[in-house]
Design a protein around this ligand. Structure first.
Ligand code: AMP
Length: 504
């Protein structure tokens, strides 16, 4: 199939040609025709499959010819969970719509609302938004959603993971009943399946690359290593200069900062991107990474969601995720648009159980690199006093779907921060080579070692028994939205002044 076969406007054909797209991706080929026909649609697809064009192109085509006046109402809304995704979707509208007179803008939390309100007041046809900021601006009367003709709910499962589902429902309640709805989700948890039944009318169903099959295109390698040696192992992996863009995943924000610190000390420039970083810092890190100024970007899962870097050479799982689907999401970053990539995972003894869950999901063993300078030497679980217990899988999945609402600015990680807890300094964590005194065992050349991953045949020892969940700390709302703190302070202040005075 070609883009011409989809009967797109010449302006859209020219735009995709400019981008060098030769043919529609499977999700585009399947989703564009029903979306152009005005049908509702449910698409099971993750970022990297070309799903943005699958909804942006039909929206642009359908809106064309009926836009351009300054105060026309917003007619298409794309709701997406993170600022990074929102910005990328906006960029996609810039690219696909560059020959069309359709105005679009993006709004998200974590930055001042002034410029966003100004952009809205100039008149907008397509609005890309994150749910918290959208509801805020609706409540303030800056946005009217009653004329929406097409509504896109992007990454619906992630909305649920991040605790935004109530905000999403509030947005849906503001939309007119008669509209086209396109829902995209990488997975279809029950709550999303239920929601889709209530918001979609006879939807076309489109599914591409089931999660575990995207893994096929990616070369996976597993390094068994002690926790204390991971930083040295990372430097060893990065010695392979052919890995020119490397995305390193940690399970926690604190972990991401520590990895950046270790790499910087070792003379390897790196930056971190996570929920505690301000918007400017995130954009700077992403830009530096995309431009090749830095080779290594360290990210937590939610911050990395939607990062679209063409030709990402390698993904490193510095820590294995305790939700196996997250592993698939992470390594999928390196196999974008059909290109294969390399996914390297570090696994210490405590993480062997996560590895087992991952291998069960992807239905194969991750090939183990046995010959490396920092092999695992600790074969016992970290004392329980120093690490939180690993809950049963059902509980972990439930934990990935919090009922409370964290803020967009610092979204709650879907996983429990099992690996965030500092372990005691790993004693004698000297690499084997150093223990034997120098000269150290010649490390395999990073470049040559590439071809020798072997599948391990040894049985995998499992860590200590499963214990119940530790008590959850309350969800902290770190929002840019001023009213809560402001109102509270004003209230406290007001109360103080209202206190009745005693006579005399
Ligand atoms: P998305 O899943 O929309 O984030 O897209 C992932 C990447 O694939 C982006 O870099 C797009 O520019 C690219 N892409 C989208 N559609 C196509 C296509 N038909 N051919 C080649 N690349 C594409």
């Amino acid at each position: 199939m070609t883009f011409q076969d989809l009967q797109l406007l010449p302006q859209l054909l020219r735009a995709v040609e400019d981008l060098g797209y030769e043919a529609p991706s499977p999700i585009q080929a399947q989703a564009i025709p029903p979306a152009l026909a005005g049908r509702d649609l449910v698409g099971c697809a993750q970022t990297g499959t070309g799903k943005t064009a699958a909804f942006a192109i039909p929206i642009l085509q359908r809106l064309n010819g009926q836009v351009g006046k300054t105060h026309t109402p917003i007619r298409a809304l794309v709701l997406t969970p993170t600022r990074e995704l929102a910005l990328q979707i906006k960029e996609s509208f810039d690219q696909y719509g560059k020959y069309l007179p359709i105005r679009h803008t993006v709004i998200f939390g974590g930055v001042g609302q002034g410029p966003q309100v100004e952009a809205l007041q100039k008149g907008v046809d397509v609005l890309v938004a994150t749910p918290g900021r959208l509801n805020d601006l609706c409540n303030q009367g800056f946005i009217d959603l009653t004329h929406i003709e097409t509504f896109v709910l992007d990454e619906a499962d992630r909305m649920l993971d991040m605790g935004f589902i109530h905000d999403v429902k509030k947005v849906i309640a503001r939309l007119p009943k008669k509209r086209q709805t396109l829902l995209f989700s990488a997975t279809m948890p029950q709550e999303i399946a239920d929601l889709s039944k209530t918001i979609l009318v006879k939807p076309a169903r489109v599914e591409v690359t089931p999660q575990s099959s995207t893994v096929e295109a990616i070369e996976q390698r597993l390094y068994k290593v002690d926790k204390g040696n991971k930083k040295l192992l990372l430097q060893f992996v990065l010695a392979d200069k052919s890995l020119d863009s490397v995305l390193v995943f940690t399970n926690t924000k604190h972990g991401a900062d520590r990895v950046v610190k270790d790499l910087t000390r070792a003379g390897i420039p790196a930056m971190a991107i996570h929920g505690n970083k301000g918007q400017t810092a995130r954009i700077r890190a992403l830009d530096s990474f995309k431009s090749g100024e830095i080779r290594v970007l360290v990210a937590t899962d939610i911050a990395a969601r939607g990062i679209d870097v063409a030709e990402l050479a390698c993904v490193v799982n510095y820590e294995l995720p305790n939700v196996p689907e997250t592993y698939v999401h992470r390594i999928g970053r390196t196999g974008r648009a059909g290109r294969g990539g390399l996914a390297v995972s570090f696994c210490n003894y405590d993480e062997l159980a996560y590895l087992k869950d991952i291998e069960k999901l992807i239905k194969k063993k991750v090939p183990v690199v046995e010959d490396h300078p920092w092999p695992m030497e600790i074969f016992e679980a970290t004392p329980k006093a120093q690490r939180p217990p690993r809950p049963p899988r059902a509980e972990r999945q439930q934990a990935a779907q919090p009922k409370t609402k964290p803020a967009e600015k610092a979204p709650k990680q879907p996983q429990k921060p099992v690996l965030a807890v500092e372990q005691p300094p790993v004693q004698p964590k000297m690499p084997k080579a150093a223990a034997r005194r120098d000269p150290p065992r010649p490390a395999p050349q990073a470049g040559t070692e590439k071809s020798i991953p072997r599948t391990e045949t040894k049985p995998i020892p499992l860590p200590a028994p499963v214990l119940p969940d530790p008590p959850k700390s309350p969800v902290r709302r770190i929002s840019s939205d001023p009213p809560r703190v402001g109102r509270l302070m004003a209230f406290a202040d007001g109360r103080k002044h209202r206190k009745p005075r005693r006579k005399g």
